[in-house]
Design a protein around this ligand. Structure first.
Ligand SMILES: Cc1ncc(COP(=O)(O)OP(=O)(O)O)c(N)n1
Ligand code: 3NM
Ligand code: MG
Length: 227
C-alpha cells in the first residue's frame, strides 16, 4: 500500500530473489516446518503458506509455529487466500487470487501495514492491478509455463512477463512452471523475483537447488555488466 510496505517486500529479496511457497504434497515425507526451515536456511526471506488440503485448525496450528520460525529469521510470512488466518497468526500479509475477496476489502480488514499480493493472468488483470497501486503491494504474473501444480490454468508465456516488466506499476513475481531449465528465460524476459514451488519443495537439497537456480541469474548479471 504505502511505499513502506512495498519497500519491506522488495528488501526481503535483496539476497535471494526467490519467493518461497509451501506445498506439503510435493514433499510427502516432510513436515511444513522442515520445508520452511530449509527455505530460511537457504536464504529465502519471503514465505507464503499455501496448503489447500488441510483443515482450518491444522492450518492455524501450522501457521502459529511458522510465524515464530519466520520471525526468528527476520523473514516475511504471507498467507494464501485466508485473510482471517493471516489476522489470527499476525502474518505479514496475504496473497489473494482473482476470485478471492476484493483487494480493497482485504486492505480494510488487514490495515495499512499488511503486505497484499494479487494474482494476475492477463494484460487486462495487470492493468486493473495498476489502478490498485495505492491498495496492493505486488502482483503475481503467471502461470508463465504450464504446470502440474495448477493443471487447469493456461500458460501466459514469456510475453506476459515482458509486458509486466514494461507496464506494471507494482513489483511483480513470476510464477508457474519455473524450473532449472526454464528460469533463465524468465529472468531474460525481465523478471526480478521468481517463485519456484514444486521443483524447490521436492528437491533433495533445497540449498543446492537454489544455487543451481541462481546460476542463471548470476550469468545474466555478468552478461549485462560486461556488455
Ligand atoms: C506469488 C503468487 N502468485 C500467484 C499465486 C496464485 O494465487 P491464487 O490465484 O490465489 O491461486 P491459488 O494459489 O490460491 O491456487 C500465489 N499463490 N502466489
Ligand atoms: C500457485 C500458482 N499460481 C500460479 C499463478 O499463475 O497464479 S502458477 C502456480 C503454480 C506454481 O507452482 P510450480 O512452481 O510448481 O509450477
Ligand atoms: Mg489463492
Amino acid at each position: 500500500m504505502s511505499t513502506h510496505t512495498k519497500h519491506k517486500f522488495l528488501e526481503a529479496f535483496q539476497h535471494v530473489p526467490i519467493y518461497g511457497i509451501t506445498s506439503k504434497k510435493d514433499a510427502p515425507h516432510r513436515t511444513v516446518y522442515d520445508i520452511v526451515r530449509d527455505m530460511l536456511e537457504s536464504g529465502i526471506r519471503v514465505v507464503q503458506y499455501r496448503e489447500k488440503e488441510t483443515t482450518g485448525l491444522e492450518r492455524y496450528k501450522e501457521c502459529l509455529t511458522l510465524r515464530k520460525l519466520t520471525y526468528d529469521y527476520g523473514a516475511l510470512l504471507l498467507i494464501d487466500d485466508f485473510v482471517d488466518l493471516a489476522l489470527a497468526v499476525k502474518a505479514d500479509g496475504v496473497h489473494i487470487g482473482q476470485d478471492d475477496l476484493p483487494p480493497e476489502q482485504v486492505r480494510k480488514l488487514l490495515g495499512p501495514k499488511a503486505i497484499i499480493g494479487l494474482s494476475t493472468h492477463s494484460i487486462e488483470q495487470l492493468e486493473r492491478a495498476n489502478a490498485l497501486v495505492d491498495c496492493i503491494d505486488y502482483i503475481g504474473v503467471g502461470p508463465v509455463f504450464t504446470t502440474k501444480t495448477k493443471p487447469n490454468a493456461s500458460a501466459v508465456g514469456l510475453e506476459y512477463v515482458q509486458y509486466a516488466r514494461q507496464h506494471s506499476q507494482l513489483p511483480f513475481v513470476a510464477i508457474g512452471g519455473i524450473k532449472t531449465n526454464t528460469i533463465q528465460s524468465v529472468f531474460d524476459a525481465g523478471a526480478s523475483i521468481v517463485c519456484v514451488v514444486s521443483e524447490l519443495v521436492s528437491a533433495r537439497s533445497m540449498e543446492d537447488k537454489i544455487h543451481e537456480l541462481m546460476e542463471s541469474k548470476h550469468k545474466l548479471m555478468e552478461h549485462t555488466f560486461y556488455e
